[in-house]
Write a protein that binds this ligand. Structure first.
Ligand code: ADP
Length: 567
């Protein structure tokens, strides 16, 4: 009897535990869904706030007004970052974040990322260094946007918590199995560091090392928690090694798919024959560049200052009766700077044949002309990216006899063509004749915002429909002569929503004329499957709110006829 009683108790408590677990899981899902829908609700009015501020900024303002709007813009943008963080966090938590699988150029992504992060670093006079020596493959498969998000968080923190010294991004790609690479990436800083007790709390949501840090540096404590979840989603992990006062090193790894389109990244220059001089006072920068150039086969010599560079160059000439093929000079060095050193080298009979490449930390208008006048053959802003190095080396190739007929670098062209595409500005575009846009949007403020954004890129023929039924009606009221060219379709609208009206258009309810009209969705959802939902409903493309003017412009370039003009 006693034994039976015991078992009944156990069964009962197991049942209770199971129930409690289910309740807790339900509560967790409900919490995530609540967060997701809240952040969605907030994004809609944010579109109005940011859009209107953008428009105000372009009107006639005095300095004080301009300043106030800039402050409001930056606050609105911080709020948006926070909302995006919360949305991301709740999405991953609810298992609703879907990764994209795209082919992309990993070195290119890291280079572009470093170029955008460097502004923040240089404002604090910190050196940002990118080391991609150990990435030999050009193309991988994964989610470039999410990878960039991880980098933005970790590198952003590294810069934020460093007031002196440098931040190094060190990436390597190693074979994982026949289908995957493993990307390992270290972000090392020389900043304030994190104590062991504090490290234990990192990577948890809403956790910051201490309240005083928050007051001084700002932030929400969500960044690292998101990074951890993103890494896990990509079958990797993130960890930290740090010492208070000495700096931190965050390391993360993710798996990336192998692509058939990949090829080895090597410059199309006979690197074995090249003797290169590197002049920089920053040791890490020298090491990284040296490793990369040596990895490609060149012989590299280092100098820590302008004076040392002159001595080494002379000694090299005395021994070999020729000078270095190419020299990379840092502009900002104590004592003799890069420009002065360049002048000395060009004034020296023995050394003036050296090709000179300038590396600058600060870019100013007129730099190109200034350096060209000094006799430099090329320049690039630090950190040195693969693209910069290839461009610099191709300068040598242009001269080399054997290399005259060398075919252009595949990679250089590839990166260049990518850059050229994104660089088109609104004033370089003349839209085709008779473009008419139908804007389907129920929110009054957002109607004005979208309309004004379109007007700014010279698209003024815009009609508005406040719901799906009006969309169909508007389309039916037009003729072949007054035909709409594209529909910008808000997804959430009363009466008939964007999905339903897109389906109606595709099935011919708005006439044969419009069965194939391009429809671009505009949605504040940004949730998993949203894009698919739009495509399934027959829409062709997708922009998430708040709408950014440059994204709208870039999407419209895909769908509207235009001609490039010289600006
Ligand atoms: P936040 O948005 O507050 O920066 P994170 O999750 O990104 O949130 O970081 C949490 C905390 O971890 C930060 O507030 C900071 O105290 C600490 N931390 C993160 N990265 C570094 C770093 N590179 N150096 C020193 N402290 C750091």
């Amino acid at each position: 009897m006693g034994i039976q009683q015991d078992i009944t108790d156990r069964v009962a408590s197991e049942e209770a535990l199971k129930e409690a677990k289910i309740l807790a899981e339900q509560a967790s899902i409900a919490k995530s869904e609540f967060l997701a829908s809240m952040s969605h609700e907030i994004r809609t009015p944010m579109n109005g706030v940011l859009g209107m501020l953008n428009l105000l900024l372009n009107s006639d303002l005095n300095a004080e007004q301009q300043h106030r709007i800039n402050v409001a813009m930056s606050s609105a943008n911080s709020l948006l970052t926070l909302i995006n963080d919360i949305l991301d966090f709740s999405k991953v938590d609810a298992g609703k974040l879907e990764l994209e699988y795209l082919e992309f150029d990993l070195r290119g992504l890291l280079g572009d990322f470093a170029e955008s992060a460097v502004i923040q670093a240089h404002n604090k006079r910190i050196e940002l260094i990118l080391d991609v020596t150990k990435i030999d493959e050009a193309v991988v498969i994964g989610d470039p946007g999410r990878l960039r998000q991880i980098l933005t968080n970790l590198v952003g923190n590294a810069i934020k918590f460093t007031s002196d010294g440098e931040v190094l991004i060190e990436a390597s790609l190693i074979e994982f199995d026949s289908d995957y690479w493993r990307l390992n990436c270290n972000i090392k800083d020389t900043g304030i560091g994190i104590s062991p007790e504090q490290q234990a709390k990192l990577f948890q949501s809403f956790s910051q090392v201490d309240a005083s840090t928050t007051r001084k540096y700002g932030g929400t404590g969500l960044g690292l928690a998101i990074v951890k979840k993103l890494c896990q989603l990509m079958n990797g992990e993130v960890s930290v090694i740090s010492q208070a006062g000495k700096g931190s090193c965050f390391s993360f790894s993710v798996l990336l798919g192998k692509s058939n389109a990949s090829f080895h990244v090597i410059p199309d220059v006979d690197m074995q024959a090249l003797n290169i001089l590197l002049v920089d006072d920053n040791k890490t920068n020298r090491e990284v560049l040296k490793a990369q150039l040596e990895h490609w086969g060149a012989s590299v010599f280092e100098a820590r200052s302008g004076i040392e560079a002159l001595t080494i160059s002379e000694a090299y000439f005395d021994k070999r009766k020729k000078c270095f093929d190419i020299a990379f000079l840092d502009m900002q060095m104590p004592g003799m700077d890069g420009a002065k050193l360049g002048e000395h080298l060009k004034a020296n009979e023995h050394l003036k044949a050296m090709k000179l490449i300038m590396m600058t930390s600060m870019c100013h208008k007129g730099d190109a002309k200034f350096f060209a006048n000094l006799g430099f053959d090329g320049y690039f802003p630090k950190p040195a990216t693969t693209f910069d190095l290839f461009a610099a080396l191709s300068i040598v190739a242009e001269d080399g006899e054997a290399l005259k007929d060398a075919k252009p670098l595949v990679t250089t062209h590839y990166i260049k063509s990518l850059k050229a595409q994104s660089a088109l500005k609104p004033d370089q575009v003349a839209w085709g004749e008779g473009i008419r846009i139908l804007l389907a949007e129920d929110n009054r403020v957002n109607q004005i915002v979208a309309q004004s954004m379109l007007a700014k890129i010279n698209l003024t023929h815009v009609d508005i429909a406040a719901n799906g039924e009006e969309v169909i009606q508007n389309l039916l009221n037009t003729t072949r002569e007054t035909k709409y060219t594209v529909i910008l379709m808000d997804c959430q609208m009363p009466e008939m929503d964007g999905y339903e009206s897109s389906q109606a258009v595709r099935s011919g309810k708005a006439g044969e004329l419009y069965k194939d009209i391009p429809i671009i969705a505009m949605t504040a959802n940004a949730m998993v499957g949203d894009k698919d939902k739009c495509l399934e409903a027959g829409m062709d493309d997708y922009i998430s709110k708040p709408i950014k003017p440059e994204v709208l412009f870039e999407r419209l370039l895909q769908w509207l006829p235009y001609k490039e003009i010289e600006s």
